[in-house]
Design a binder for this molecule. Structure first.
Ligand code: HEC
Ligand code: HEC
Ligand code: HEC
Length: 433
């Protein structure tokens, strides 16, 4: 962004065009972030690049990434400033309508695979900064992505009018005056550009997110997306963020390591494309906001300090455990995660008390065990480490046994994983295009 545009936005901000609480923080950041423009930063926060780029070797923002939805495959569009195939002809008003209301310039209603139900909360100033970035800094690419062709009735885009009317609030974020500026900044980022709820909030029958803010207890309580279970982010002490500190959460978003958990699956992409670029103040604000969410109904427990746990552990060390799954764990997992379940700091995650291991929905664990994964690669974080995939080696029953074992060892107490659950996830992964 050039200096004039920068000052222009700053002036509008000082003139009180956006709500006072948000502005204090937004302006403090502008002063500190000399390296990239504010619009470029906001595009990182919104992770526009992840969905609007077809793959690692493709042109940024030129569209064409296939996104799985329950209705079929939806292709992202070209949002570079190319007038023919991108959004070069979009005015600020058109851009705002597409990003915040889900209606393209030609009147086409967008599928909510584009997270406009969250982006609707973005402030006018942030939309203007984003627009400036896409028009003046993003390289124009002439590329026509494949057309989205969903089966009837989902191909009738105009019917989304009713969906929007029923489920999308179309309101900008309103600061809560009873909360401090940091909380409001965090709430704003999580609910609007961060669109954390698009993965972490359960969906209803019409695929709508059950809530868009903490005013509902369902908000961010965990959901299944693309065969990954995006964890419960409320204050639950076992499977949620109850035992995490604000510093743990900030570190996790920035490096993929924190609160004993290593990011994997679709969360690795969020950390690599988006989280690692957040300003420290914003990471702390998000952590502060998440820690304010009260615990929401889960049944797992973590109780490491009992005599039974100590006895079970000494039996494991001497190799005398007869429980199903114990032998598999000793042979295939203990090498990295240790018989104590303590892992190795910065390398192999600790499984004892790990909130994702205690998650009510084990889909992420099954998916990870079958396919393996690699920790996030970030500028500040540790060297990437690999967890091997075991889909060839283990039957569904063995998957269920070893996961049930880690969910009920070292003080972990969570529901066992069934052979059927393992078979369901394996089947879904095999069907994936
Ligand atoms: C989770 C994936 C996802 C993210 C994140 C995302 N988009 Fe999209 N976006 C899509 C998809 C998919 C479409 C096409 C929807 C359709 O065809 O109905 C789309 C469509 C659009 C359009 C309409 C363009 C047109 O004319 O078709 C614009 C503008 C847009 N996105 C801008 C953005 C911006 C700016 C960001 C970041 C702040 C962003 N998107 C983040 C998935 C995403
Ligand atoms: C070669 C070392 C290695 C072996 C062997 C291994 N893991 Fe892992 N495991 C890892 C790494 C590295 C991660 C982090 C992956 C990521 O973040 O993408 C991980 C992650 C996990 C997680 C998710 C926890 C978290 O916070 O990310 C679980 C659960 C898990 N492993 C269970 C197992 C089980 C069960 C076995 C044996 C069947 C096993 N692992 C074998 C290295 C290993
Ligand atoms: C594309 C889907 C997706 C989006 C968007 C997303 N997450 Fe996640 N997230 C996941 C998945 C899947 C997991 C479970 C795997 C793991 O723990 O890494 C997860 C795990 C987490 C965890 C670890 C929780 C635990 O107990 O293990 C935190 C913290 C988190 N996400 C925060 C966020 C925040 C904050 C945002 C928004 C800025 C966000 N996520 C956006 C998919 C997503």
């Amino acid at each position: 962004m050039n200096m004039a545009a920068f000052k222009n936005i700053l002036n509008r901000a000082t003139a009180g065009a956006c709500a006072a609480l948000l502005c204090t923080l937004a302006m403090a950041q502008q002063a500190g972030a000399a390296d990239i423009s504010r619009g470029a930063y906001l595009a990182r926060v919104g992770d526009c690049i992840a969905c609007h780029t077809a793959g690692p070797q493709s042109q940024p923002f030129a569209g064409g990434l296939p996104l799985n939805s329950p209705f079929g495959i939806i292709y992202s569009t070209n949002i570079t400033p190319d007038p023919a195939t991108g959004i070069g002809n979009y005015s600020l008003h058109d851009f705002s309508r597409a990003v915040r209301n889900g209606v393209a310039k030609d009147g086409r209603r967008l599928y909510p695979a584009m997270p406009y139900p969250s982006f609707t909360a973005v402030t006018d100033d942030d939309i203007a900064a984003l627009y400036d970035y896409f028009m003046n800094e993003v390289k124009s690419v002439n590329h026509q992505p494949p057309e989205t062709k969903l089966p009837f009735p989902f191909n009738i885009r105009s019917s989304l009018f009713f969906w929007d009317a029923a489920f999308v609030k179309r309101e900008r974020y309103k600061p809560h005056i009873d909360r401090d500026a940091q909380w409001n900044r965090g709430a704003y980022l999580v609910q609007s550009l961060g669109h954390c709820g698009a993965c972490h909030t359960p969906r209803g029958l019409a695929f709508q997110e059950e809530a868009y803010s903490e005013s509902s207890p369902m908000y961010l309580t965990g959901a299944l997306v693309d065969n990954w279970f995006a964890a419960n982010l409320t204050g639950d002490a076992a499977s949620g963020l109850g035992r995490w500190s604000e510093a743990d959460i900030a570190a996790f978003l920035e490096t993929g390591h924190g609160g004993q958990v290593a990011a994997f699956g679709s969360m690795t992409d969020v950390v690599e494309n988006s989280g690692q670029y957040f300003h420290k103040d914003d990471l702390n604000a998000i952590a502060h906001y998440l820690k304010s969410l009260p615990a929401y109904g889960e049944k797992a427990l973590y109780k490491p300090d009992t005599p039974a746990v100590a006895m079970a552990l000494s039996a494991m060390v001497t190799g005398e455990v007869e429980r199903p799954g114990a032998g598999i764990y000793q042979s295939f997992c203990a090498k990295c995660h240790q018989v104590t379940g303590n892992g190795e700091p910065g390398k192999f995650p600790k499984l004892a008390g790990n909130s994702i291991v205690l998650s009510k929905n084990a889909a992420s664990l099954i998916h990870l065990l079958l396919q393996g994964s690699k920790t996030a690669q970030t500028k500040e974080g540790a060297e990437p480490q690999e967890m091997p995939g075991f889909s060839e080696k283990f039957s569904d029953r063995q998957v269920a046994e070893v996961l049930s074992f880690i969910r009920n060892s070292w003080g972990n107490q969570a529901s066992p994983v069934t052979t059927r659950q393992a078979a369901t996830v394996r089947g879904a992964l095999q069907k994936k295009p």
